[in-house]
Design a protein around this ligand. Structure first.
Ligand code: NAD
Length: 364
């Protein structure tokens, strides 16, 4: 019997609601495999700031340090509520970035996937979706603008100023590009390199390193695309993409657009992989506008569990079963409210009902 410790950081807003649905999935997997999951909840995010005085308390660090993998819910508050927390301790700055730095989870996989049969969830026309969207965004997660030096002050003219630097060294770029090329090799052997080398020096270095790395993967066709053009083409022709690789901030923004073309951020799970440790989280935020209403889509969280099963525990078959179970709930005509309007010929279900139906399918 294998035994794994999993840190559960439910987070803020809709986090605890969708975490409950993820827990149901672990129970099913456990019931039919020689595996035991020790699920260890720990405070993280704004709730942890209010209860423990810090958004990433020491006790949570200790739980995560010992865990074989971490499942994290979204964190953060609404714009107004955020003001109750000092800027440096607000959830992203005080907890999320430190989590990523602590475990050096530099490779963020964000699948953007919608089978043809579910084209009605998307705001795009069916002819644009064609045979379905199935692409993988790979975002560098521990470098760039989010981790560079920051400075604020008053300048010589007496004006408030801010300076934030976008920093990468060639090694940071090389390691994420290797990850991306390897994924391209496993898939269609097409890699879209997303950059902004017409303006940013960081992209010039990125592209230089890419030329060097590409030599090791002669079978992969590299297609270069400026990030602004990529944003347009994601809407106009998303099916041309298979694997896309990009630096941290480009990935943050473009992957939310990925959720947009699918129809909801609720369809966006992710894996954040380091060499030693990985954590898994929905790509979206804490959705304060719908928190506590039992209407959030737990697909993103359950999909993150599937990614954990595959990447951290080598349970590829069970991971596939989880994806298939979710797809067959949709195929039966069910939908959470983010994906469909009332009266749109769907059977509307809540967060917990979606989780229960996935469990039902998975158990069959
Ligand atoms: P958001 O991603 O929380 O929400 C954007 C929109 O998508 C909202 O209308 C929301 O209702 C909807 N949505 C998101 N997830 C959904 C789901 N699972 N089901 C149904 N609808 C869903 O973005 P925001 O409102 O800009 O940010 C809210 C907070 O989340 C902020 O504090 C922000 O900093 C934080 N945030 C955290 C993370 C993270 O923890 N990794 C990521 C992004 C934003």
């Amino acid at each position: 019997m294998k035994s794994y410790k999993i840190a559960l950081l439910a987070g803020d807003g809709i986090g605890p609601e969708i975490m409950q649905e993820a827990i149901k999935i672990f129970k099913v997997i456990e019931s039919r495999n020689e595996v035991q999951f020790e699920l260890i909840p720990a405070p993280f995010g704004a709730n942890a700031y209010f209860s423990h005085g810090h958004p990433f308390p020491d006790e949570t660090k200790a739980v995560c340090d010992k865990a074989d993998a971490i499942l994290k819910g979204p964190i953060g508050l609404s714009h107004e509520e955020s003001k109750k927390i000092p800027v440096e301790l607000q959830p992203e700055r005080g907890a999320l970035l430190p989590l990523r730095r602590r475990y050096n989870t530099y490779a963020n996989f964000r699948p953007v996937s919608l089978p043809k049969e579910l084209a009605h969830f998307s705001p795009l026309k069916p002819e644009i979706i064609g045979d379905g969207i199935d692409l993988l965004m790979i975002r560098e997660l521990v470098g760039g603008l989010y981790f560079g030096e920051k400075e604020t002050g008053i300048n010589d003219q007496g004006l408030r100023y801010v300076k934030e630097s976008l920093e990468y060294d060639e090694e940071q770029i090389r390691r994420i590009l290797h990850v991306a090329f390897k994924q391209a090799m496993r898939r269609k052997k097409i890699l879209h390199n997303i950059h902004k080398s017409n303006v940013l020096k960081s992209s010039v270095l990125w592209n230089e390193v890419l030329e060097e790395v590409a030599v090791e993967y002669p079978d992969v066709e590299v297609r270069h695309l400026l990030v602004d053009a990529a944003a347009t083409l994601l809407c106009l022709n998303p099916t041309q993409f298979d694997v896309m690789v990009m630096e941290n901030m480009f990935g943050d923004i473009l992957s939310d657009q990925g959720g947009g073309i699918l129809g909801s951020l609720g369809l966006m799970p992710s894996a954040c992989l380091g060499d030693e440790k990985a954590y898994y989280e929905p790509s979206h935020g804490s959705a304060p506008d719908i928190a506590g209403k039992n209407i959030a889509n737990p697909y993103s969280m359950i999909g993150s569990v599937a990614m954990m099963l595959e990447n951290s525990f080598d349970m590829e078959e069970e991971a596939k079963n989880v994806w298939n179970a979710m797809q067959s709930v949709f195929a039966d005509g069910y939908s959470t409210p983010d994906l469909s309007k009332p009266g749109a010929n769907v059977k509307m279900i809540n967060t917990d009902e979606f989780g229960d139906k996935v469990v039902e399918k998975l158990s069959q």
